[in-house]
Write a protein that binds this ligand. Sequence first.
Ligand code: TAP
Length: 487
Amino acid sequence: MSETLTPVRPGKLIINGEAVDAASGKTYETYNPATESLITTVAEAGVEDVDRAVRAARAAFESGPWPKMKPAERGRILHKLGDLILQHADEIAHLETIDNGKPIFESRYIDIAMVSDCFHYFSGWATKLTGETNNVSPAFFTYTLREPLGVVGAIIPWNFPMIMVGWKAAPALAAGNCVVLKPAAETPLSAIRIGELAIEAGLPPGVFNVIPGRGSVAGEALVKHSMVDKISFTGSTEVGQHIMRTAADTVKKLTLELGGKSPNIVFADADLDAALRGAMNGIFYGKGEVCAAGSRLLVEQSIYDDFVAKLADAAKKRVPADPLHPKTRLGSLVNEKQMKSVLGYIEAGKAEGATVVAGGERQTVNGKGYFVQATVLAGVRNEMKVAQEEIFGPVLSVIPFSDLDDAVRQANDVFYGLASGVWTKDVKKAHIVARRLQAGTVYVNTYNYFDPAMPFGGYKGSGFGRDLGAACLSEYTQLKSVWLNLE
Ligand code: TAP
């Protein structure tokens, strides 16, 4: 396995436009899960560093040039950051793959495109945020102003470390906020690099701060900080619930993008070759460590056995391999703990009566790594643990259904409501099912597409608020109503 392009520099905190050490001098080590080898050390933000970063962001918001800048100029700087990400695409993609274990194909051609698209797309919104005039009475001139919130704390997970920087920071910055971003401790490298590029792009000091550190320390301090106006969080439901409770003390605004257990429904009248490809990419893209993963495959009873056989054949061909090889389509899970958790779910599925028809085991590449084979569980019932809980790994639970009503009932019979998929050639059926699914996204005859222009977020236990799209700008702005007496 080729290890690095060049030795990876130790990661620093990005605070007030500078790369700095933690106040305590503490560092931690970050590892490549595919080789189990040390990549580099990273400065570990403590409570004091969070305070420094938040105060820098507050000062930048209160008295710095960013919120007062012409929106067109703000947009130009953000657009330049998108350009710089593209110019450094190979380097950032490489960091992402060695830090997270995902295939370089995904980091380089999917994640880089998404994060740079985010900065380009939202740079255009900087000039398009408007209030409105309201027709109250001839006695008044009444209008609304759409204003930034102030300091936004962004807390992101390890599965899409660079994409999440784009999802959170780009719209918040475009709207004129200042941001303190805490990457997942597991995968800080791409966010730190983007933080450095933000300085190069011309973001003024304090506008965009990156503070790698532990969630229980740095994340907690960010959520509690009285100078933070909003927390935009993507991660597990459990931590999201905890953040919601903590944020109540300072009445912070929240966006919570949480877990998922998304149904992907295959009707017998679908283009079954396309559905097979969609089912495979729905679960094995991103090693299944994807919040929107189509992890519950609901297959119409009449084609169930044949389709399961095809899935098993296809999954056996999706062999885990060196994430740095350009042809690899299944990488290493992010760490040993996650691998053990995923293997535990496979055992739980077997114990409840599911049959492993493909995969099911750990695999190493050159004797190393936390790889799990592409796994298909057949004979799953929707009430089983492997159908109800987020596994967050390359494990597909395949469940039969009898008709449209049964498919919708089972699809919605889960705590989560993030994404969903429908495969059918019947247009009417597709739209009926799309309306009845309780999910923030419905894919019809496709799966796992994302774009900065399309809002993304959860129904039910998958959270509230939206990332992306014009819709997310209301998450980073607030309205002021102005009344002017004309009499
Ligand atoms: P979490 O353990 O929830 O961690 C997410 C982030 O929260 C990390 O930066 C983490 O820091 C931090 N954190 C942990 N405890 C905290 C606390 N007490 N206060 C403040 N921050 C805290 O999730 P994960 O394991 O990294 O990511 C996987 C989960 O994310 C899955 O459930 C997945 O579905 C969800 N996810 C959802 C989406 C969307 S869009 N809905 C997208 C991607 C992932 P540490 O790194 O130090 O733990």
